[in-house]
Ligand binder design. Structure first.
Ligand code: SF4
Length: 365
């Protein structure tokens, strides 16, 4: 392909035109489309809408395990035999203290993740109290909640409490969904996104690549998220956790992961596209290139597995000449983290399960 092809891709995306199916298929699989000019075209779009900022997310498990659902990729599912440390719901005080720590570490948005099928009215009530408390202390920071299926009433109550975003991943296409979960449906997930959208809450919804889906499924879900105008799209890559029903990632080379990120950027030009779980192991030496299509990442690992050390991630952002969206200056953050966090992190695709002190760092309660 000549340079005009790549220029046209960026131009079309910035103009809000949806790429046709043939072009999407080529982006994912055609050798005629070369990786570096493709990434550059995605970067033109990213820079146009999101500048050179990187948005840092830190996720916090409000509880761990005890989930009756059977999402095949999840270590907290009842069907998983993964060796994780289970615990019940953390107290509001513990969640609040962890929010303080997340914001101090440069997080712009604090994400609270609750395992389980969905949010009962009791859970919603408790969440509204907690969101109120966090917002009182941090009116300029954002809060995201992931709490499974949410009804319209639940979404309205969360919005009233000050919730900025609701996370609920579609994960894959509608037709592939029965291959990754049997206890709820794709339609259930769509209804939660609709409830959030109707309540005026921003939608965060992403995918997991590498679960055996076809290119077609990735294109379909990227277009579905475009339809929803998802404000935030975490693009996760399946982490091989021993004991999960889905524990063997399929077809994920570093190049393919980058092509997926470019596709999501072209189809969702204004969204916060996040290079999500598994970036370290699947992108390997090409990890930094993910910051060109994506403008966001997770710091401090994922729900049940460790990621790179904070220092390594922050240094990568600095070395590539990006900035972070935070009240805290990147240089100062790096200096302070270097003292607290001298750990080198991990560099290979092997999943390292978090232990209790990673999952519950605040143990004074
Ligand atoms: S993804 Fe959520 S609903 Fe599914 S098994 Fe894991 S915790 Fe439960």
């Amino acid at each position: 392909m000549d340079h005009k092809f790549y220029e046209e891709l960026a131009k079309q995306s910035i103009a809000g035109e949806e790429l046709d199916h043939a072009t999407c298929t080529q982006i994912l699989g055609s050798k005629q489309i070369e990786l570096l000019p493709l990434i550059n075209a995605a970067y033109v779009v990213r820079k146009h809408f999101r500048g050179k900022e990187v948005v840092i997310h830190i996720i916090n498990n409000a509880q761990n395990g005890h989930c009756p659902e059977d999402c095949h990729y999840c270590a907290q599912a009842q069907s998983s035999k993964a060796d994780i440390e289970e615990y019940g719901l953390k107290s509001d005080e513990e969640m609040l203290e962890e929010a303080r720590q997340a914001y101090a570490k440069g997080a712009y948005r604090y994400c609270m993740v609750y395992a389980g099928r969905g949010a009962s009215s009791k859970r919603i009530e408790r969440l509204t109290r907690l969101i109120n408390k966090i917002k009182l202390e941090y009116p300029n920071h954002e809060i995201c909640v992931s709490t499974g299926l949410v009804t319209s009433e639940g979404a309205k109550a969360l919005k009233k409490a000050g919730l900025d975003r609701l996370n609920h991943n579609l994960n894959t296409s509608e037709s592939f969904y029965p291959n990754i979960c049997t206890t709820h449906t794709f339609a259930d997930r769509l209804n939660t996104l609709l409830a959030a959208r109707e309540a005026g809450i921003e939608v965060c919804s992403g995918i997991i690549a590498g679960m055996g889906e076809a290119h077609q499924d990735l294109i379909e879900v990227a277009k579905r998220l475009r339809f929803f105008k998802a404000a935030s799209i975490p693009v996760n890559f399946l982490i091989p956790i021993e004991g999960n029903q889905l524990s063997e990632p399929q077809d994920l080379t570093p190049e393919f992961c980058l092509r997926i990120l470019c596709l999501f950027r072209f189809l969702n030009p204004q969204s916060e596209v996040r290079v999500g779980a598994g970036r370290e192991g699947h992108l390997r030496g090409l990890e930094v290139l993910a910051l060109y299509p994506a403008n966001s990442l997770f710091l401090q690992g994922y729900l049940n597995t460790k990621g790179s050390s904070n220092v390594k991630t922050l240094q990568m952002i600095k070395d590539a000449g990006f900035e972070i969206k935070s009240d805290v200056n990147l240089e100062e953050l790096l200096a302070s983290q270097a003292q607290d966090d001298p750990v080198k992190g991990f560099d290979d695709a092997k999943a390292i399960i978090k232990d209790l002190k990673d999952l519950r760092p605040v143990l004074k309660f």
